[in-house]
Design a protein around this ligand. Structure first.
Ligand SMILES: [Zn+2]
Length: 180
């Protein structure tokens, strides 16, 4: 069975606890896998090169500054991302072709101090990405809620919603790698 691959793009090396962050993201996604039958495992990488994600993979850009990468893809995105905040958009980049998805998290003091907190912010953005939902998702609560920190719990509903969406082919925009 296939493995779901998560690519954490951190060109600025702003994430201080890389191994812990990988473990924490895996620990959040693993309980979601039971709600689908395609993936049996998840791998999380911090590649030191521009990856070529599969159509079902997930990508997150970690920002060291407020400057949004998503804004490069689509000017409707917020240009500035607050510390320990994130943003996810989908856009055809004005080309008329299929949507590409972009999730980003700005690594602030909280995310530097807590790999679990960073993983939960990342998971929240991945929920926006796979569910293709904007702020309306926040009413679902838990890690889908508007405010996420290291103590926010993954609810059974979160795991089910995310797990059932994992096989969607939401192609991740990877050219943001060149803009970081
Ligand atoms: Zn949100």
């Amino acid at each position: 069975m296939p493995t779901l691959t998560v690519w954490c793009i951190d060109k600025a090396n702003v994430v201080t606890k890389v191994v812990d962050t990988c473990d924490e993201i895996s620990a959040l996604i693993t309980p979601c896998l039971q709600y689908q039958s395609y993936f049996n495992d998840v791998d999380v990488f911090f590649p030191q090169y521009k990856p070529s994600p599969a159509n079902t993979d997930l990508v997150v850009y970690y920002l060291a500054t407020p400057d949004s990468v998503a804004f490069v893809l689509d000017g409707n995105a917020d240009q500035a991302v607050p510390e320990d905040g994130g943003q996810t958009i989908w856009s055809n980049g004005g080309s008329g072709s299929a949507f590409k998805y972009c999730s980003e998290v700005r690594v602030g003091a909280g995310a530097k101090a807590s790999a679990r907190g960073l993983a939960k912010l990342t998971f929240h953005e991945f929920m926006h990405n796979k569910l293709k939902m904007g702020d309306g998702m926040h009413s679902k609560g838990g890690l889908a809620g508007a405010s996420v920190d290291e103590s926010t719990a993954l609810t059974t509903q979160n795991a089910k919603d995310f797990g059932q969406a994992l096989t969607k082919q939401h192609v991740q925009w990877i050219d943001g790698y060149d803009s970081l």
